[in-house]
Design a protein around this ligand. Structure first.
Ligand SMILES: Cc1cc2nc3c(=O)[nH]c(=O)nc-3n(C[C@H](O)[C@H](O)[C@H](O)COP(=O)(O)O)c2cc1C
Ligand code: SF4
Ligand code: SF4
Length: 257
């Protein structure tokens, strides 16, 4: 296999981006970061990382996965940082992480898709979502051409003020993320289907008396709240009124694979 693309995704935006990129590249295999071992890149000529931007940086599980992954010295490395408009320093951070291992991130693209951050509001109106899907498609097309030609650059980033202010918040928040599941709760619509248990990439949900219970090892990917078929999972007080979001071309089965 010429290219291996590793992805991490809570609500399907990153999986959709990775899938589209793989289709455009041709000889590329998609692998979920979850469950992949250190040798999963094999002898691929090019290796890509596709992940959502969380709190203006790289999600913790993505960081630990990349740190452990065995990579050949001169492998061509690329990334897509999938975000809702504020990529900030995520790709620069990834470049630094790889640099620390003597490797080079050749190209890093920001892919803007609808926000899944339901604590700040529900799904965007359909028209706005459609516009983002269209521009992301065009961007992925251009990124695929650059990657296929093994181009160096770009490493996309947000404005300086964003990188300074939000990186400080990222560093302060990183250690608190695991306990942010204390605001999840489950309403009466729950039918004990256990999909939340199966979809959680962190194994952070268990069933207690037929209802989910969160174990304080959360990665805040928001898969549980966004994919619950009964819309029974809530976060804080406002989410009962908010519309859920996941990428419309990604199915629950795709996520559970
Ligand atoms: C905990 C969390 C933090 C987020 N922080 C950012 C952010 O800093 N900048 C941004 O543009 N989007 C942010 N988002 C939105 C996601 O990056 C965006 O919706 C992404 O497309 C989700 O990808 P996924 O569906 O593959 O999980 C955040 C989402 C979550 C869940
Ligand atoms: S996915 Fe929703 S309905 Fe199913 S067990 Fe979890 S909370 Fe209940
Ligand atoms: S508990 Fe929910 S938000 Fe936290 S890691 Fe699991 S699926 Fe993601």
């Amino acid at each position: 296999m010429k290219t291996v693309i590793f992805y991490y995704s809570g609500t399907g935006n990153s999986l959709w981006s990775a899938r589209l990129l793989a289709e455009k590249l041709g000889d590329a295999k998609l692998k979920p970061m979850k469950g992949a071992d250190a040798l999963a890149a094999g002898d691929a000529e090019a290796v890509g990382f596709v992940f959502p931007v969380h709190v203006w940086g790289i999600p913790f599980p993505v960081m630990t996965f990349i740190e452990k992954l065995s990579l050949r010295p001169r492998v061509y490395l690329f990334a897509l940082a999938v975000n809702a408009g504020q990529v900030s320093r995520a790709l620069v951070q990834l470049g630094g992480l790889l640099d620390g291992r003597g490797l080079k991130l050749a190209a890093g693209y920001s892919i803007v898709l609808p926000s899944n951050y339901i604590p700040w509001g529900g799904a965007a109106p359909a028209e706005r979502q459609k516009a983002r899907f269209a521009s992301a498609r065009a961007k992925l097309h251009a990124a695929a051409a650059g990657i296929a030609n093994r181009e160096s650059g770009p490493i996309e980033k947000g404005p300086l003020w964003q990188r300074i202010v939000f990186t400080a918040i990222y560093q302060m928040t990183l250690k608190q993320v695991h306990k942010m599941d204390k605001d999840f709760w489950c309403d009466d619509k729950c039918n004990s289907c256990e999909i939340c248990v199966r979809i959680c990439p962190a194994g952070n949900i268990e069933m207690k008396k037929g209802k989910p219970a969160w174990k304080h090892n959360c990665e805040q990917c928001l898969a549980c709240i966004q994919w619950c078929p009964q819309e029974s999972i809530q976060f804080g007080k406002k989410t009962p009124a908010y519309e859920r979001y996941h990428h419309p071309e990604i199915t629950l089965q795709d996520m559970l694979r």
